[in-house]
Design a protein around this ligand. Structure first.
Ligand code: C5P
Length: 296
């Protein structure tokens, strides 16, 4: 490799997230509909012959906790070879937001390593090995290796790729406070807040494919519990609805929220309205395809 490789790591939204009771392995089963959105972290990878691995952009976080490093290290150990590189990360996706930033960074790193190895004519990992490394890194990581939209079951790793709708817009808002995924799941368990009724896989997919967002009637198992704890979330959901969102909810276990719009102008107006309430807000158009690694 003689030049910089760049890969964009997109955020995700859970348009639907139905959490089932805690399993024996410490995880919850779920049914979810994931889509990626063009709110990106940027990962730049340069060849580095003198040092094994170096990462910039995460000052203050120990290397062992960094998902990009974990992805790199798992990839190299499965391959049985070191890849001498230096990585720079420009973070844009807020953390502890339910937007999958860390998971997406990890998946992007794995994709970039495959790209580099392929371009150098060297051995790569099989799809199955990539999926297994991804799940070892986190429940959301396998999704980011695949399509721009997917139905997910299991911990989030049993994926059915869907043709992504790119006719939709989203406004994403991140309140000031953060939510830890583990804590949010514990809150659900404590309250016994798992829904007794569940949408079926077929219904979840059919609504995404054929219905207008106003008719989706999706839900997120975390919303009620988190809105009780953080009343500001309810206020922001109301603001998203008042701004013309055809569907709005929490993403993942929060604290980020989103509104979905079919009209670009409406989404833009909504963005400016929501900006009055939160510092961090984005307006995006949905993507048909996930980003791939490129030479910079
Ligand atoms: O897999 P990940 O590391 O992202 O999960 C963080 C935490 O969230 C887990 O330790 C677990 O407590 C909880 N979790 C869960 N069920 C899932 C995904 C995550 O209980 N399907």
């Amino acid at each position: 490799m003689n030049t910089t490789v760049r890969i964009l790591a997109p955020a995700k939204l859970n348009l639907h997230l139905d959490v089932f009771p805690l399993r024996n392995d410490g995880f919850h089963g779920l049914r979810s509909l994931f889509v990626i959105v063009p709110l990106y972290d940027t990962i730049l990878i340069e060849p580095k012959s003198d040092e094994k691995f170096k990462i910039e952009g995460f000052e203050g976080i120990p290397m062992e906790q960094n998902l990009i490093w974990k992805a790199y290290s798992a990839y190299c150990s499965r391959l049985g070879e070191d890849i001498p590189i230096q990585v720079r990360v420009q973070k844009e996706i807020p953390v502890m937001a339910g937007l999958g930033g860390g998971s997406s960074d990890a998946a992007a790193m794995l994709k970039a390593l495959q790209f580099i190895r392929r371009r150098e004519g060297k051995g790569t990992l099989e799809r199955k090995e990539m999926a297994s490394i991804a799940l070892g890194l986190g429940s959301d990581v396998p999704f980011f290796l695949g399509s721009a939209a997917a139905y997910a079951e299991g911990r989030g790793e049993k994926l059915s790729a869907l043709e992504a709708r790119d006719d939709l817009y989203a406004v994403i808002v991140k309140p000031e406070f953060d939510v830890s995924t583990g804590d949010a799941f514990r809150m659900l368990d404590e309250r016994g807040a798992v829904s007794p009724l569940h949408l079926s896989k077929a219904e979840i997919i059919a609504r995404y494919r054929t219905k207008k967002p106003a008719e989706w009637e999706y839900y997120n198992s975390f919303t009620t519990v988190l809105c009780e704890k953080y009343p500001n979330l309810s206020r922001l959901i109301s603001e998203l609805k008042a701004s013309g969102a055809e569907y709005s909810n929490l993403s993942g276990s929060g604290s980020a929220l989103f509104g979905i719009y079919t009209d670009a102008k409406q989404a833009e107006k909504a963005f400016f309205r929501l900006k009055k309430f939160v510092k961090k807000a984005w307006k995006v158009k949905m993507l048909a395809y996930p980003p791939e690694a490129v030479y910079n």
